[in-house]
Design a binder for this molecule. Sequence first.
Ligand code: NAD
Length: 324
Amino acid sequence: MHILICGGAGYIGSHMAKMLASHGHTITVFDNLSTGHQEAVQWGELVCGDLLDQAALDQLFQGRRFDAAMHFSAKSLVGESMSDPALYYRNNVTGTLNLLDTMRSHGVNRFVFSSSAATFGNPITPFISEDHPQQPINPYGQTKLMVEKILRDYDTAYGLSSVSLRYFNAAGADPEGLIGESHLPESHLIPNVLKSILDHGQPLQIFGDQYETRDGTCIRDYIHINDLCQAHLLALEYMTDNQGAHGFNLGNGQGFSIFEIIHTAEAVSGRTIPFTVAKPRMGDPAVLVADSGLARQKLLWQPAVTELAEIIETAWRWHQDQRF
Ligand SMILES: NC(=O)c1ccc[n+]([C@@H]2O[C@H](COP(=O)([O-])OP(=O)(O)OC[C@H]3O[C@@H](n4cnc5c(N)ncnc54)[C@H](O)[C@@H]3O)[C@@H](O)[C@H]2O)c1
């Protein structure tokens, strides 16, 4: 198949490109390189352009016949979405509408969307399944939920099939070390823990150690990037026999606390990680873990990497020899 990967120069999209290429698919990456990296596009052609630029999208579809699109492009910093919601609604919602409508006018009707646990808002249960209420508490989460709703209507009205995958925390890197996580600014815990070792800078800051959890720190669900990408491959296959707008939660179903991440990173790296404890952040729930039962049942998805040490090892290898 010829797959369009929007946002394929970013962390998750570049790993997806590598996996799709290894399965024999042809790839075209469309990316404005706002947070992505040209060096991460090693599999397939890179077309530089912005989803808000309709002429660039028209040109992208000119002479290329895509079988499906995977959409990773988004702005995804929660704090920034609160201070500049217009940027988020425009980029994440209008940009996605532009893409979907261009797909429609070229008869491309299979779509995999990067949604987020942020669509759920404050959890009312520790394990979050698909029937948990979706009540986002920030504009970033709102944009993801809006796209999910648009996808339902586009299925009903135009027969555009989609799978929205709600990621919890993507983590780790390509086991071969060719690509990895490289965000600026970095808002994710594991890269920040590892960078605190390599940069010899400020001690790591953690927010709160008095939560009602096994060691007082917040518990989150970390899923290895390749397991996440594997679910996208299965989602593509799933749409062949199952038309509709589907949504699945994706996490490895195990929660790890911040202290567990720090201690495992210390064991993997053989270094001590200095940290300070700051006040808890508003709206940070104690526990946020996916119930991915539906993805396992319907997509026949099974995460291969279940050990935290294995996730951190791949990330550590990447960060020690980070190429971009
Ligand atoms: N990383 C996580 O743990 C996580 C968790 C939940 C959801 N997500 C979602 O997964 C997706 C990928 O995340 P990531 O960590 O790889 O992010 P990333 O920032 O590394 O990648 C996003 C890519 O999209 C591109 N992009 C952004 N806006 C664009 C536009 N208007 N036109 C063209 N290209 C544009 C960026 O240049 C970048 O290459 C995002 O939609 C994010 O919201 C990520």
